[in-house]
Design a binder for this molecule. Structure first.
Ligand code: URA
Ligand code: URA
Length: 243
């Protein structure tokens, strides 16, 4: 990509350092030019998205998908939400969390004081898990599918470098950490993912199935912890909020 240009600059600076008795200096103008050739996060994500788009590592999923679902949002986001896999709606639209669970996630994000465009949203799996012909609904990804696809997510996280990761539900947690735990013991406290703080909370689909206010409140409390970690001001209204 842009790297050959940077390599040339570095080689030139090394040469100056070797052959002159004074250290190389760069003018403001050269530094500005240099900063322009250092690629931004959106530029870095593009080739990963392209590799995902044509991925055939899981032949069954490559055959059954309408399209891959890479991720959506701000490449410079401070928060990254991670779900398990696209469902039927996401497969159709090519965007994560656009179905019923996604609409609830969008409401949660708004209650936190953000827009969907401010955060980054992705899944462990970039393909919708295939379903037997003639059947309806979605299935959870298998451990093998998640292991196969996880490197793409790791690349996304490495590029975006969010301040906080939020894993949605036990399957996403298994995909990230490789361990299966109960949500009761996992959620509501800080974990770490390759050095990035990771909050684990319930999947919005779980909240749709279990409408108990106490469960919704737990998710909201987890999100308050995220806001605190980001040193975002929290209003009284937000403190008392119930999803
Ligand atoms: N559930 C998920 O885990 N991810 C989506 O993108 C949609 C629903
Ligand atoms: N169990 C799960 O697997 N996920 C949730 O989000 C809640 C309970």
């Amino acid at each position: 990509m842009q790297e050959p240009a940077l390599d040339l600059v570095i080689a030139a600076l090394e040469k100056i350092r070797e052959t002159r008795d004074r250290l190389p200096r760069a003018s403001r103008i050269s530094l500005t030019r240099l900063s322009r050739i250092v690629p931004n996060k959106a530029t870095l994500l593009a080739p990963v998205r392209e590799r995902v788009r044509v991925c055939t590592k899981c032949p069954n999923l490559a055959c059954s998908r309408t399209q891959t679902v890479f991720g959506v949002g701000n490449p410079d986001a401070e928060i990254m939400f991670i779900g398990e896999a696209p469902g039927v709606d996401e497969d159709a639209q090519g965007e994560p969390f656009v179905g019923r669970a996604g609409q609830l996630l969008t409401r949660i994000i708004k209650a936190m004081g953000f827009a969907r465009e401010d955060v980054y949203i992705a899944n462990i799996l970039k393909c919708r898990p295939d379903m037997p012909p003639g059947s309806f609904g979605n299935r959870a990804p298998t451990s093998l599918e998640m292991q196969t696809c996880r490197p793409y997510l790791v690349e996304q996280i490495d590029i975006i470098q969010p301040k906080v990761l939020v894993a949605l539900g036990a399957v996403a947690v298994e995909g990230m950490l490789g361990t299966r735990g109960t949500m009761r013991e996992l959620r509501g406290r800080w974990h770490s993912y390759n050095g990035t703080p990771l909050m684990i909370t319930y999947h919005p689909a779980y909240l749709l199935r279990n409408q108990a206010p106490s469960e919704k409140r737990k998710v909201w409390e987890d999100m308050l912890q995220v806001l605190e970690r980001l040193e975002q001001p929290i209003t009284e209204k937000q403190r008392n909020y119930f999803l």
